[in-house]
Design a protein around this ligand. Structure first.
Ligand code: GLV
Length: 323
């Protein structure tokens, strides 16, 4: 039996603060009606109309209580830690992630942060704002560096982690992956299970986090892990803020154990005005924008269209299906 009413009686809700998903969907000429909202309040007022909801950061689990028609959520984000999967399953609501939609963007962003830190572009921009032509640096360990021959440890060897590994290897880096189920055929120099994390941190010039937020990864990088890193290493986080113990990170950045960090995600977002990350000179902050790309709407609506077809045909298996 189809899991959704006939396509021409369906209502699809698009809920995102900025992305132009409604326009992209309209261009595909799907027979479903749709609405588009940009705030949580607007979503609350219209969710009861939706058979299908396309949403990411505006989702709150209590919305289920008023989502009487809802049968399917297409996540706009690749990470889906904001959804209570048990609750959705109990409520008869299927969920699919947008894995793949921002894979290239996030991997390229991580690489950009790595290059920015090693070439000190963040400091160059600071000097530019002050119209200061920085003199050449005599002290060798304060200078810009080359990433060729350096070791990158990538925690989370999913699609983003593997793509980052490929980019890093093209720059001549040695890549060590940390993965729950190590796959010896992964195109990296070594893969280890999380139990060996501290051991490989000692080899890391750069630690990149590309894993999902799960009970196993929450707080994975704490004082012990930061202390195990090679002195002078960089950290790049394009995963979720809660993978890192933030106080420990601030301390390691202040006392120089970490040379710098490129951070796209934080415990609290938007990053509060009082956060030390805004002013630490060795930190590059990006506003959870690693996944942004001009291709985003196209990529997500491709996944949505496929899943609407599958649900309409009564298929059990969804593209990127999670429950
Ligand atoms: C972004 O953080 C995503 O999960 O897609």
């Amino acid at each position: 039996m189809p899991a959704l009413p006939p396509a021409d009686t369906l209502t699809v809700g698009f809920a995102h603060a900025a992305y132009q998903l409604g326009a992209e969907f309209a261009a595909r000429r799907h027979p479903a009606r749709f609405f588009e909202v940009r705030t949580l309040d607007a979503l609350r007022s219209r969710i009861a109309e939706a058979d299908v909801l396309v949403v990411s950061g505006l989702w709150r689990n209590d919305l289920v209580q008023t989502a009487g028609r809802l049968r399917f959520i297409q996540s706009i984000s690749a990470g889906t830690d904001q959804f209570d999967r048990d609750l959705l399953a109990r409520s008869g609501i299927r969920l699919a992630s947008a894995q793949g939609a921002n894979e290239r963007a996030v991997a390229e962003h991580a690489m950009a942060l790595i290059l920015s830190l090693s070439r000190q572009l963040h400091l160059a921009r600071d000097h530019q704002s002050a119209r200061r032509w920085r003199p050449m640096i005599g002290e060798r360990d304060r200078r810009e560096d080359e990433i060729h021959g350096k070791t990158l440890v990538v925690v989370g060897l999913g699609r983003i982690g593997l793509r980052l590994a490929g980019l890093a290897r093209a720059f001549g880096m040695r890549v060590v992956g940390v993965r729950r189920r190590p796959d010896p055929s992964a195109p990296v120099d070594a893969v280890v299970p999380p139990g060996r994390l501290r051991e490989v941190l000692a080899e890391a010039d750069i630690l990149a986090l590309t894993c999902p937020l799960t009970p196993e990864t929450e707080g994975l990088i704490g004082p012990g892990e930061l202390g195990a890193l090679k002195p002078g290493a960089f950290l790049v986080n394009v995963a979720r803020g809660r993978v890192v113990v933030e106080d420990a990170l601030v301390e390691a950045l202040r006392d120089g154990r970490l040379a710098g960090a490129g951070l796209d995600c934080f415990h609290e977002e938007p990053l509060p005005p009082g956060s030390p990350f805004w002013t630490l000179p060795n930190v590059v902050v990006t506003p959870h924008s690693a996944g942004e790309t001009r291709r985003y709407e196209t990529n997500v609506v491709d996944i949505l269209m496929e899943n609407l077809d599958r649900l309409g045909r009564g298929e059990e298996t969804l593209r990127n299906g999670l429950c």
